[in-house]
Design a protein around this ligand. Structure first.
Ligand code: ZN
Length: 292
């Protein structure tokens, strides 16, 4: 297992971690400057942040600083109620792929969607199995577009508490079943983003990491699970402040050959988003060395 204690060359910052300090959006280009000033070599930005900064301006800034991406957030949201929405999802995912290519991302991260309408507050139906079938169909179609562009797709299984509104793929096993169905030859075109916040509790985690193997371990997201957790989405903890045995799980993915970035992804409205962004980045560097 790599020694992270001496430097932070394998630290990546998911830019949602510092997206809105004290309630004010921290512009992506400024985040990139602050990362560069700290020797942070990689980030994973969100599409809305890139759109606000400008795609070309973001690409130039990344190049100027020599910062690379550990992923691009995000595509997905494949479930639909009618043909028009299905087409809209497909078109939007193609745009996400093109952006990911422009930014030289290693993969497009997929949050697959839940029951259509649920995220807006009113689910169109209760057929989660049907939603899962739409997701598999959506990924299959997107995989063709992704292969044309030589862009990898990373399915991110989300904790079951998000099954209704954000992602009906909730375990590593489910995500790997989709990979096995759509990419049986394990070409590496389709794999997983393993976010510890979502999968740390899974009793079959070690087994699924082995099953994924290096071909399907495309991204590794870290934060911590706080006790108590006070918000379903925006109360993630800084590494070391919660109950996830991060080094143990990192050892498992590295034993499979994963040698990429450890991407810090923390949504924290009442704590880390209320601090100075530079201080948050400094803490990420320190905890990356001591707790990851
Ligand atoms: Zn994640």
């Amino acid at each position: 297992m790599r020694d992270f204690s001496q430097d932070h060359r394998w630290l990546s910052i998911n830019t949602a971690t510092v997206r809105q300090q004290h309630g004010v959006d921290w512009p992506l280009l400024d985040i990139l400057d602050a990362c560069a000033a700290r020797g942070i070599r990689a980030v994973s930005p969100w599409r809305d942040q890139v759109a606000a900064a400008g795609l070309q301006a973001t690409a130039r800034k990344l190049q100027d600083h020599g910062i690379e991406l550990s992923g691009y957030c995000r595509g997905g949201m494949f479930t639909y109620t009618d043909a028009a929405r299905r087409q809209a999802s497909r078109d939007d995912n193609k745009r996400a792929l093109d952006e990911a290519c422009t930014l030289n991302a290693p993969c497009l991260v997929l949050v697959v969607g839940g029951l259509p309408g649920a995220l807006a507050g009113r689910a169109a139906h209760r057929d989660i199995q049907g939603a899962r079938e739409q997701v598999t169909e959506g990924i299959a179609a997107l995989l063709e577009d992704a292969r044309e562009r030589h862009m990898l797709l990373a399915i991110e299984p989300l904790h079951p508490m998000y099954a209704a509104d954000r992602a009906c793929i909730n375990t590593m096993a489910q995500a790997l079943d989709v990979c096995d169905a759509l990419d049986p030859d394990r070409t590496g075109a389709l794999g997983l983003a393993v976010d510890l916040y979502h999968v740390w509790w899974d009793p079959t985690l070690a087994e699924q990491i082995t099953r994924a193997g290096t071909a399907r371990l495309l991204a590794f997201h870290v934060c911590d699970w706080l006790t108590p957790t006070t918000h379903l989405l925006e109360d993630r903890g800084m590494m070391g402040d919660g109950v996830i045995d991060i080094p143990r799980i990192r050892a498992l993915v590295e034993a499979q050959g994963f040698a990429g970035y450890s991407e810090v992804e923390i949504f924290s409205r009442s704590n880390w988003w209320q601090r100075d962004g530079g201080q948050v980045l400094d803490t990420c560097v320190e905890r990356h060395r001591s707790c990851v």
